[in-house]
Design a protein around this ligand. Structure first.
Ligand code: MG
Length: 401
């Protein structure tokens, strides 16, 4: 997980969704309290390995989209979709041209139940292959039927797979394949793997998941509204709180990294990693809320792979442990204790950085600063201390209820 490649998710949400009926495109219909699109976006914005999320939407849906994406971190400005799905993805890829090299995940807005584990598998496949897709074995018998409704053939289902999203690609390889297909007048391909196949690439597969259904019909939407796993914070009844504390000493240097933000200073902080005392305290707070050890037990300072490491991966790992248990972070509160540098001018940048690392709305992250009135080691400007609290919510646990 050292220096992982950036992973950007494109959410294809430009369709009109007329098959699902109703006045609104299906991605803007509500299941439970949230729109389908907001649920889908949150699958990706909340995933620690996803760097940014690019939505591709229809020009007429700007207001609906703004409501669906309100307050979500990691969101890039939307790209405008085209006449076909293939056109819409190409518009998204063009909007990402400056991000190369990176891994891109393409996901349909109408699949709001992709699990964190599925997205992790996609990211893993993206690190190994230029193109990979989630697939499921076919359990029903499949037959070819003629126009008159007669069975023409029974297929051998052992080699058949149904295909889902997120599909994962090298950004440059997929961009080139899409541009070539468009130039050749090919516009009917229904998924991005087909574009890569057309361009002569080999496409790998990884395990999909049966819960990652595509909502197509009005019936699908109604069933999802009845059966959707609760995704709201308030559906997670087991509220837990953890605290963290950390100190690093000053040594000569020219900047400190606090809460993921580099701040010019006459000293730097000594430490095995980047010595980000704020993110270390937050990581311990999250691990504390989980009852799962501390930062030292997860990332031993004796392990050379963490030398000079950016501390955002420690916090992202801790958040990933919450997500893996079906939980969510409700709130983070960080207090930085030092005489200098002044934190105030950087407070909002730190809030935004922490929110982004954790996939949280900024409103759920608090950053405060104080001095110790020139008392003690922080008062003597020998280092910086940080304390943090994390409130998390977990699903009801049957054996503990
Ligand atoms: Mg530390």
């Amino acid at each position: 997980m050292n220096n992982p490649r950036r992973c950007i998710a494109i959410i294809v949400a430009a369709g009109r969704g007329t098959r699902a009926g109703g006045a609104l495109p299906k991605q803007y219909r509500r299941i439970g309290g949230d729109t389908v699109l907001r649920r889908t976006l949150q699958c990706f914005t909340a995933h620690p390995q996803i760097t940014a999320v690019l939505p591709v939407i229809h020009r007429d849906d700007s207001d609906l989209f703004a409501e669906a994406a309100h307050d979500l971190p990691k969101m890039l400005a939307p790209a405008w979709g085209g006449a076909t799905r293939q056109d819409s993805v190409r518009a998204g890829l063009e909007a990402l041209a400056a991000q190369s090299p990176c891994t891109v995940l393409i996901h349909d807005a109408a699949r709001p139940f992709a699990s964190p584990a599925l997205i992790s598998r996609a990211v893993e496949a993206g690190a190994r292959y230029d193109a990979a897709i989630p697939v499921l074995a076919v359990t029903d018998t499949v037959k070819v039927v003629t126009e008159s409704g007669r069975v023409a053939e029974t297929l051998d289902r052992t080699a058949l797979r149904t295909v889902q999203t997120p599909q994962v690609f090298d950004l440059d390889a997929l961009t080139i394949a899409h541009a070539a297909a468009a130039a050749a007048g090919i516009d009917h391909l229904t998924d991005d793997a087909a574009v890569m196949e057309w361009a002569g690439h080999s496409v790998a597969t990884f395990e999909g998941e049966s819960g990652n259904v595509k909502l197509t019909s009005a019936e699908d939407l109604a069933r999802a509204a009845r059966e959707a796993p609760a995704s709201g914070l308030f559906d997670l009844p087991d509220v837990r709180m953890g605290t963290g504390f950390d100190v690093h000493a000053f040594v000569p240097g020219d900047h400190v990294v606090l809460g993921g933000v580099a701040i010019p200073h006459a000293f730097t902080l000594a430490g095995h990693s980047d010595a980000d005392v704020g993110l270390h305290a937050l990581t311990d707070a999250v691990l504390g809320a989980l009852g799962d050890g501390d930062i030292g037990s997860h990332f031993p300072p004796t392990d050379p792979q963490w030398k000079g490491a950016a501390s955002d991966q420690f916090l992202a790992h801790a958040v990933g442990l919450v997500t893996a248990r079906g939980g969510r972070i409700a709130h983070l509160d960080l207090t930085l204790i030092c005489e200098a540098p002044k934190i105030g001018p950087h407070r909002e940048a730190i809030r935004a950085a922490v929110a982004c690392i954790c996939g949280l709305p900024v409103a759920r992250v608090s950053v405060k600063a104080t001095t110790t009135e020139k008392l003690g080691f922080t008062g003597r400007r020998e280092g910086i201390a940080a304390m943090a609290s994390a409130t998390i919510r977990l699903p009801a646990c049957e054996d503990e209820a």
